[in-house]
Design a binder for this molecule. Structure first.
Ligand SMILES: [Zn+2]
Ligand SMILES: [Zn+2]
Length: 302
């Protein structure tokens, strides 16, 4: 993989000290640690290591990586590793892309209760898939799932949903053979939607009863159990939409898309165009415009 001409690390090394001085007292320890990690990643500052092949004795000397969650260099490598490992998991069968989404009212509750509600979202979605797939009236098999949580929609609004990559079939319940689904149909989405709704809402009430949910501001009243039940009532009547279709471009295309999200950093090195004394220029997409007009560049002063 070729090294981008300009990296976030170059910008931080050149302008970081001045920025820190200008914002002294307003930069958190966490932010300082991230800056330092990115600035020193794969430089002599972090030391180095020797990689050797036991077969041919070939050796390679490399600087150590910072492994910071926000480092574009490390996350780019982590994303490629994740993608390669998930691709190696793929079976030689058809695949389905499945998406579980919650109504907007639930997204609001999740926003102030992220850990509890995201965990519930994962459990309710996977239990729904495993249960309906195991039902002999449907597939009658044990399926496998790769699931990734997305918490933001493309318009950058809070929009929690779970993407799944699911093989078109599974192991028979007695464990003796492969049961294949039909090529374009995995499981009925209205059945999935109904069970998902029931499991999720039951789980949400249980979280509330266990005192695991917090409400603030104009939602503080929802701390009351009756008020919370009343608030959820309309959602029992709503249709909860589940998407399940064979993906265009196969499972590889969905995995590639998901890998960009699972290891996303604020801005990747590839989007940087240039830097001088006054500013940094980078590429961005303006989703309010159509087609090629979406691709824009912006210069921010340093
Ligand atoms: Zn790094
Ligand atoms: Zn998504």
């Amino acid at each position: 993989m070729s090294r981008p001409a300009l990296e976030i690390a170059d910008i931080l090394r050149r302008h970081g000290a001045a920025w820190r001085a200008a914002h002294a007292g307003h930069v958190s320890l966490g932010q300082l640690k991230v800056m330092s990690a990115i600035e020193t990643c794969r430089t002599a500052a972090l030391g180095g290591h020797v990689e050797a092949c036991e077969g041919c004795r070939h050796t390679r000397v490399a600087y150590n990586s910072c492994r910071n969650r926000h480092c574009p260099k490390c996350q780019g490598a982590a994303a490629r590793e994740w993608l390669a490992a998930r691709e190696a998991d793929l079976l030689p069968v058809g695949y389905f892309h499945v998406v579980f989404t919650v109504p907007a009212e639930i997204a609001d509750i999740a926003f102030t209760n992220k850990a509890a509600v995201y965990d519930l979202l994962f459990r309710a979605a996977s239990e729904t898939m495993l249960t309906i797939a195991a039902d002999p009236r449907h597939l009658g098999a044990r399926i496998g799932i790769t699931a990734v949580l997305h918490t933001w929609g493309s318009a950058l609004t809070h929009h929690p949903h779970v993407h799944m990559i699911v093989p078109g079939g599974g192991i028979s319940l007695d464990g003796t053979r492969w049961v294949s689904s039909r090529p374009a149909f995995l499981l009925p989405v209205h059945v999935l939607g109904k069970l998902f709704r029931r499991l999720f809402l039951t789980g949400l009430l249980a979280l509330h009863a266990a005192g695991r949910l917090r409400f603030f501001g104009d939602r503080a009243g929802l701390s009351d159990p009756q008020a919370f039940e009343r608030h959820l009532a309309p959602m029992k009547a709503k249709k909860w939409v589940v998407y399940a279709k064979p993906p265009f471009g196969g499972p590889e295309a969905v995995l590639a898309y998901l890998s960009r999200y699972t290891h996303r950093v604020a801005i990747s090195n590839r989007r940087l165009i240039g830097m001088d004394e006054d500013g940094v220029t980078f590429r961005y997409k303006d989703y309010r415009r159509d087609g090629d007009a979406r691709h824009r560049t912006m210069t921010l002063s340093t």
